[in-house]
Design a protein around this ligand. Structure first.
Ligand code: IVH
Length: 686
């Protein structure tokens, strides 16, 4: 075989390998919404493949991932969304990580134009999911995902649940009275995302419902948009930033800044942008964004640099994959190196086993990190992480920092590969790995660690609210053998409590008083306390209101549950199963006097005082947490969302309100102080 053939064969094999890997990671990223590698690593593979294909035209393939635009969302599980063609291809931008690539972009623009280029607009690159919105004669008519760039999934109904997306645009007030083209059609492009704080709160809800939390806001967004139950999507705190008017193609807008201004006048949230006259100012703007990055309430993964003059966009043209008028500059994830002291295996309330890395504390993106997730056995093996190793830790948008790799050169040797235990570290029962799942699980409902998790959930504030029984208290009662199940809480012997180390009469009586109150808590928190799968505080409230009393809930069929507002088949089925599986415990709790309160059966929307009102909270509240304010408002029928739009009824401002207050003033929205909120809540109770 000649050398040429040899290297050609080598290139072919490498290309095949790269294509398979890229496909695999595309699937993980777009379809499963559970990526395993970072964007930079992915882009490097794609780049290597592109270079190989350029050098050896023989190995080119029309189906190569280098020729395709990734899809933001794969098919919904079980299929489900209709597909529709895009008005113009929904292509993405060329990615860059290096300063030199930004310079090359600027030079290319100059060369193509044959003159000095500028100004440019530099704006944040939101880490979300792209969505195109069509308005027919000013009314929102169709919403699409990117799909394969030519065709997207029709997710109109899901997008309608977003407060940030106006039902109608245009009208006299806009200042941009363009006549919507001959067909009366306008298309907006932008990014759906989940703000950091909302993401964290939403994950808490998921965990309380016994569901797997999402790894980061982007996955949460993609997963939410893929959901087939609109009512479920409505519960997800999704927001939208608009950045382009992609139809009509001859919209009377000279610059990108005009384009953004027009979007703003139509009521879309629009990102702040910076004008850069030249390369130097581009770098200043990139630096400024990088500095702000950690403080922004949403995640950005870089910046987008765009030529401001829209008439030049067609002149600059595009490559097969991306337009030449713009460039995405991505920030590399911040990363730190530290020693992995040990791997702790924790057992959650639902029995799921999670390996947690205990690290020598290290500074990362502004905080001190001492714990990181190791996900599961597969991940530990893939990275070959062993106790004592020096590891690299990254903090993307993820809730917990993650170990992304091992510094193999620094390994001292002698430590064998790490394997998760085969037996539950708490109860010793053999762990099982369920079909199709990566997580190991302890299936022993009597397992002490699970019992502990369930007890902590049971006494938590939104559930039974038993103050004085935090982790320490529960651990003590468990150690004393006083708590074998949640039912034991209602027959704690006072004399044993009084005698507990560090307790005494006062602590004992306080706990007993809260236990007594818990016995008579309303139905909804009592149901929530049970920790049934898919039944968070909101679903528990729906159940209580729908059925009125616990006996009706216990005798309900799957079909009955499906008739509850916001309930789908999955929730209905698992709830039915869980109630049957826990019969004995439920009987016992009923005999102890729980679940005796009745709820007035009422469709909440019409009768509650704040039904139909939409609230936004901003700034720091003094007398209550945001979470409490949100719960209180929702309990009275209000909807609480994350950003101000024309649909907002009231903005509640605390200390140091941000830009939301300005926007509310602009839109003439009613603004309440915290005092006003408190007195309003008080009046409604009276
Ligand atoms: S402009 C022709 N501006 O990043 C594409 N995109 O890889 C014009 N994105 O597809 C896109 N923030 O999903 C633009 N400020 C921004 C953006 C942004 C996020 C997303 C979008 C786009 C991808 C580019």
């Amino acid at each position: 075989m000649s050398d040429l053939q040899n290297s050609l064969e080598g290139a072919r094999r490498r290309a095949q390998q790269l294509r398979a890997e890229i496909e695999h990671h595309n699937q993980l990223y777009y379809v499963d919404a559970q990526p395993e590698i970072d964007d930079q690593t992915f882009d490097r593979m794609l780049q290597e493949l592109g270079e190989l294909e350029a050098r050896f035209p023989e190995i080119q393939d029309p189906n190569s991932p280098t020729r395709r635009v990734g899809s933001d969302l794969g098919p919904a599980p079980g299929g489900g969304f209709e597909r529709a063609p895009h008005l113009t291809p929904m292509i993405s931008l060329a990615n860059s990580y290096e300063v030199a690539e930004v310079e090359a972009f600027h030079r290319r623009v100059q060369r193509l134009l044959g003159r000095e280029a500028g100004p440019y607009v530099v704006e944040a690159k939101i880490d979300g999911v792209a969505a195109a919105l069509r308005y027919q004669d000013g009314a929102f008519s169709v919403g699409l995902t990117r799909g394969d760039g030519r065709e997207g999934d029709v997710i109109t109904q899901n997008l309608r649940t977003l407060e940030d997306i106006p039902e109608a645009i245009g009208g006299g007030a806009s200042g941009f009275p363009f006549d919507f083209g001959r067909e009366g059609l306008v298309e907006i492009r932008g990014e759906v995302y989940m703000p950091r704080a909302e993401f964290a709160a939403y994950n808490e809800v998921r965990e309380a419902e016994g569901l797997e939390p999402f790894a980061n806001p982007r996955n949460a967004t993609a997963g939410s948009l893929k959901t087939l139950e609109v009512e479920e999507v409505r519960r997800r705190p999704l927001s939208y930033w608009a950045y382009a008017i992609s139809w009509p193609q001859d919209a009377p807008l000279d610059t990108h800044r005009d384009e953004l201004e027009c979007l703003r006048s139509w009521g879309f949230p629009v990102l702040e942008s910076r004008l850069a006259q030249n390369l130097e100012e581009i770098f200043e703007a990139l630096e400024a964004l990088r500095r702000e990055r950690d403080r922004l309430p949403y995640l950005i993964d870089g910046a987008v640099i765009k030529v401001d003059d829209r008439s030049l966009w067609t002149q600059l043209g595009s490559t097969a994959k991306s337009p030449r008028y713009a460039l995405a500059y991505k920030f590399a994830a911040e990363r730190a190196r530290t020693r992995l002291e040990s791997i702790e295996v924790s057992v959650g309330r639902t029995g799921v086993i999670t390996p947690v890395a205990h690290l020598e504390p290290v500074r990362l993106a502004g905080t001190l990190v001492s714990r990181a997730t190791l996900h599961n056995q597969d991940e530990i093996e893939r990275k070959d992480v062993r106790p004592g190793d020096f590891v690299f830790v990254e903090k993307g948008g993820d809730v917990i920092p993650k170990v992304v790799g091992v510094d193999l050169d620094a390994r001292e040797g002698g430590v064998p590969p790490y394997r998760l235990p085969e037996l539950c570290p708490s109860c010793g029962r053999a762990l099982v790995r369920e079909e199709g799942q990566v997580a190991l699980r302890c299936t022993n409902l009597d397992c002490r660690a699970q019992r502990r998790g369930r007890l902590l959930h049971f006494v938590s504030r939104d559930a039974m609210n038993i103050e004085g029984l935090g982790e320490k208290g529960i651990d003590l009662l468990l150690a004393e053998g006083l708590l074998n199940s949640v039912a034991d809480l209602f027959r704690l012997p006072r004399e044993r409590l009084v005698a507990l180390p560090g307790w005494g009469e006062k602590s004992a009586d306080r706990v007993l008083e809260f236990v007594e109150r818990a016995r008579h808590r309303p139905l909804a928190p009592q149901i929530f306390a049970l920790g049934l799968r898919h039944v968070g505080i909101a679903a528990a409230g729906q159940l209580a209101r729908h059925f009125g009393d616990f006996a009706s809930i216990r005798s309900a069929t799957i079909e009955d549950f499906e008739a509850v507002e916001d309930f789908g088949t999955i929730t209905a089925t698992s709830l039915h199963q869980d109630l049957l599986a826990n019969r004995d415990l439920l009987d016992e709790l009923e005999a102890l006097g729980l679940f005796a309160t009745r709820e007035t059966r009422s469709p909440r929307k019409r009768t509650l005082p704040l039904a139909g009102k939409s609230f936004v909270l901003t700034g720091t509240l003094e007398s209550m947490s945001r979470r409490e304010a949100k719960d209180a408002l929702e309990a009275r029928g209000a909807k609480v969302s994350s950003s101000v739009s024309q649909k907002t009824s009231v903005l509640v401002v605390g200390e140091k309100p941000g830009s939301k207050a300005d926007r509310a003033r602009e839109l003439g929205i009613e603004i309440w102080t915290e005092d006003r909120l408190r007195s309003a809540l008080g009046e409604m109770d009276g």
